[in-house]
Every structure is written in C-alpha cells, then in structure tokens.
Design a protein around this ligand. Structure first.
Ligand SMILES: *Cc1c(COP(=O)(O)O)cnc(C)c1O
Length: 309
C-alpha cells in the first residue's frame, strides 16, 4: 500500500481577482498526501504513531463523530502501519452506518458507540482509564487528533514551503493545525485561521495554551477569523456551495463545505475587501477532508448539484 507522501505539492492559483488586487495565492495541497490519510489528519497522526511505536503500544484508540475525517484517517493509518485501532463514536449506534464508519470498519477499526452525555467527558483522565479497564491498554489519541505530537506534525507544513510568503491560512476545528503552523512560523510571517465553528471565542485561548506547552513561549503573529463559519459547524449555504462548484470548475480542485470551502470563501472575501496589500504572498493550506463529501451527500441530498439552495 502506498505511504503518505510529503512534502505535499504547492501550486500558484490563477485568478483575475488576485491579479487585480496584486496578491499571489498558493495552495498547499495536503489533500494530496494520501487518498485515505489526507491532509492535516496525517500531519497530526504521524508523530503520534511514532510515539505509539516507541511506547511499544499495538493499539491506537481515538474518538470522533460518525462523519469524522479523523476517524477515517486514523483507521486507514493504523492499518497501514500495522496497529490495531479502536474508534469510540459519539452517539447511539446508527441503524445505517455512515460511509465514514463503513470505511473505518473495513480498515479493521473496532467501533464502540458512546452516548452523548458520557461522550462529553472523554477528555477526562477517568474516562480514558475506564476505557483501559474495559478494552485493555492502548495509545490514546484525543478527538480530532490534537495534542503536542499533532503540533509537531503540523509545523512541518511550514518547513516544507521553500519560498518567501507573508501569510499562511488554514481552516480551524480543534485548532491543532493552526497551532502547529504558528509553531512552525516561529514568530515570522502571519497565520490566519478560519473557524468552522460558531462563537468559539475560546479557540484563541486554546491555540495559545497549545503553543505555550509546545514551544514554551507565546506568539502574536496569528488570528482566528470567525466571520465565515456560515452559522456553525457543518452548516452550509447556497452561496458557499456555489463558490465550491465555481472553484472546482475554474481550478479543477475539490473543496468540501465543512472546512476548506469556508476558508477559501473567506480568503477570497478578504482579498476582495482589501484586507491584504499589493505584493502580499499568501499560502492557503488545503487540509483535505474530501472523504466527508460522501457524508454530506447523505445529510444534504443533492448538495453536489449546483441547483442546491
Ligand atoms: C479536521 C479538519 C480540520 C480541522 O483541523 P484542526 O486541527 O482540528 O483545527 C480542518 N480541515 C479539514 C479538512 C479537517 O478534516
């Protein structure tokens, strides 16, 4: 089986708007790292798997919702590197499995379902300990994959870029990817995260805490933009869907509506409204997540046709 490929390619995007505003926009194609272990999910898993090996753990246990890109990627990566994997899935066992869960099971991931109330406490040490009692020992990867090893992995997005740039942008969920990027910048340039979640004013605090723990210092060269979450996680609008279809038609690059679509929509809007100055070079990170599109078709039948409204 092919292994994840890094450095990921980076392409200049041609767009009349960018010429008009005098900016250059590159897309760092982390979606091309691997067909199953895509994007930032590989970045976040890489050093976790190495650490699991070092600790001589054979089992990886992690958490996620039924459409989670992280569950999907972890199941595939665990299989690839010969780990046993366990996925604790939020909510009751569905009568019809999502495409994500079907895939995870096909990779040998053992799936257990946890009711939403219990699931709220999964980050507590007692939750993890009680799982160890029930399931045996394992290497624990938190929901979304975000921990200190994830930051180390995500920082490599920056070290792979071998040209000068002013800004780097990334979607934000749990914020581990953004924290890794800021760690990689090490005080240079500026990172903009586009939040997929509504009203999460705690996210900036979280990035700061992750960075302080990882680097021992704090950084001011980043911000999180909350203007393009489209009413919250996994919420979409016809304008967003239209944008994604146009982007694909022009560039032959697929985005998804939960993370990368919102980031690119936001980035275009900031360029349009002169947030950047002439001459600025921007690198946008395509964090992958395209597997989630199958789930989207389930939730919003017909989303992929441009007549969605
Ligand atoms: C999980 C995910 C994110 C969010 O990354 P965080 O590190 O949790 O902020 C962004 N984009 C895609 C495509 C994802 O799957």
């Amino acid at each position: 089986m092919i292994r994840p490929q890094t450095p990921s390619p980076v392409y200049l995007l041609n767009e009349p708007l960018f010429d008009e505003k005098g900016v250059q926009v590159y897309l760092k194609r982390d979606d091309q790292i691997h067909p199953y272990v895509q994007g930032n999910k590989w970045r976040k898993l890489k050093y976790n798997l190495l650490e699991a090996r070092l600790q001589q753990q054979n089992t990886i246990l992690t958490f996620g919702g039924p459409y989670s890109n992280h569950i999907y990627a972890t199941a595939a990566a665990a299989r690839m590197f010969h780990f046993r994997s366990i996925g604790i899935i939020r909510g009751e066992e569905p009568t019809i499995k999502s495409p994500t869960l079907k895939f995870a099971a096909s990779q040998g991931m053992e799936l257990y379902y946890m009711d939403r109330v219990t699931y709220r406490h999964i980050n507590e040490p007692y939750s993890i300990e009680s799982l160890r009692v029930q399931l045996g020992d394992f290497y624990y990867v938190p929901e979304g994959g975000t921990n200190q090893y994830a930051i180390e992995g995500a920082s490599e997005i920056v070290s792979e870029i071998d040209f000068a740039f002013d800004y780097i942008t990334s979607p934000v969920g749990t914020s581990g990817t953004l924290a890794g990027i800021v760690a990689g910048l090490n005080g240079r340039n500026f990172a903009i995260g586009f939040s997929s979640l509504k009203g999460e004013d705690t996210l900036t605090t979280k990035v700061n805490a992750l960075l302080l723990e990882y680097t021992g210092r704090s950084f001011t060269n980043f911000s999180i933009n909350f203007n393009y979450h489209f009413d919250g996680y996994a919420k979409i609008s016809s304008g967003l869907v239209e944008f994604i279809h146009q982007f694909r038609a022009k560039h032959n690059i697929m985005l998804e509506p939960v993370y990368t679509g919102k980031m690119m929509y936001g980035l275009y809007d900031l360029i349009q409204t002169d947030y950047f100055k002439r001459g600025d070079v921007i690198v946008a990170v395509h964090t992958g997540g395209l597997q989630g599109l199958c789930g989207f078709e389930n939730h919003f039948p017909g989303w992929s046709s441009s007549s969605f409204s």
